[in-house]
Design a protein around this ligand. Structure first.
Ligand code: PBE
Length: 303
């Protein structure tokens, strides 16, 4: 059982609700499991998705159109429900197609592969950006300086995600990271004068990658820079809206240019883009390595 402790009641409620939704949507009815059946019929023409506000859901829906997968359904759920469904399938060596992204611990835990995406439905060269509300620089210059500077790597995020997946609390995983990488923390905080208890609110979505970034930044800002950091755990739309309206001071969870393009188009004039906090990230359709398909094109049933 994973333990998250952000001092927020929402977590368990949200996760179990999402799990119920995905279970409800996953009625059986696969019409074939023989090895001659198409991959589509073996998985009941279902792509296991995540929360409907996630940008990867738009991209996956676009892939359904781009590749002519009209008989396929994109199943809504949550990140946690998706990994639970994936785990079950892998234990039985069943085929499965999920929406996946990197960085994610699932690539270290399981032998997985991205389906090639020659039509680029999932875009290219994606980055995770830090976005801030207008006025943050004036109101909390030290927070702004740090958030503007903070940039890390997939491997570093992986350390925290894997620790959490292994049962460490997010808070403890962040503390362990800070202890293990003093020189990185010094780079990020150098020259920034600590404050005494100013409160900033960071909005994030409960995707495993964003739980990791929120937890680390919260720990550093509190422990090294003297802030009180509140977490506003919401869905993707409210996260962008929250920063645009100033309910949240910033977020480290903006996936650009493609994944959150709709939110960017809507809110770009009301937020400040502080640039990438991680480069070379990726989203796509993911299958266990034992599934024969190599490209999204292979999901089309042979006629
Ligand atoms: N994700 C993880 C998010 C961004 C971070 C790929 C699930 C999304 O699709 O919006």
């Amino acid at each position: 059982m994973k333990k998250f402790n952000f001092g927020m009641k929402k977590w368990f409620g949200m996760t179990s609700l999402a799990a119920v939704l995905v279970l409800g949507a996953c009625s059986s009815g696969g019409d074939a499991s023989g090895s001659d059946a198409s991959l589509g019929s073996q998985v009941d023409h279902k792509i296991i998705g995540i929360d409907p506000g996630a940008g990867i859901m738009n991209a996956a829906q676009k892939a359904v159109t781009d590749y002519g997968l009209s008989d396929w359904t994109l199943v809504e759920g949550s990140g946690a429900a998706m990994t639970a469904t994936l785990d079950k399938a892998i234990k039985k060596k069943d085929p499965i197609v999920v929406t996946g992204w990197t960085p994610h611990w699932m690539f270290s835990k399981y032998d997985l592969k991205y389906l090639e995406d020659p039509k680029k439905s999932f875009g290219e060269a994606e980055e995770i950006h830090t976005i801030a509300r207008q006025g943050l620089e004036q109101d909390h210059p030290e927070a702004y300086q740090f958030l503007d500077k903070f940039e890390w790597t997939e491997e570093e995020m992986g350390e925290i995600m894997i620790a959490i997946q292994g049962g460490t609390t997010a808070e403890q995983a962040a503390k362990d990271f800070v202890k293990a990488h003093p020189e990185r923390v010094a780079e990020w905080t150098d020259g920034i004068t600590p404050v005494s208890g100013d409160t900033v609110t960071l909005a994030f979505v409960a995707w495993d990658s964003e739980i990791a970034s929120f937890s680390l930044v919260q720990e550093i800002m509190q422990d090294k820079l003297g802030f009180t950091v509140k977490g506003l755990q919401v869905e993707a739309g409210p996260m962008w809206l929250g920063v645009a309206q100033g309910d949240a001071d910033a977020s480290l969870a903006a996936w650009l240019p493609l994944t959150h393009a709709d939110y960017w188009d809507k809110y770009q004039d009301k937020i400040e883009d502080l640039g990438a906090n991680m480069k070379g990230v990726k989203t796509g359709l993911v299958v266990p390595a034992y599934v024969e398909a190599n490209s999204i094109e292979d999901l089309v049933d042979a006629k």
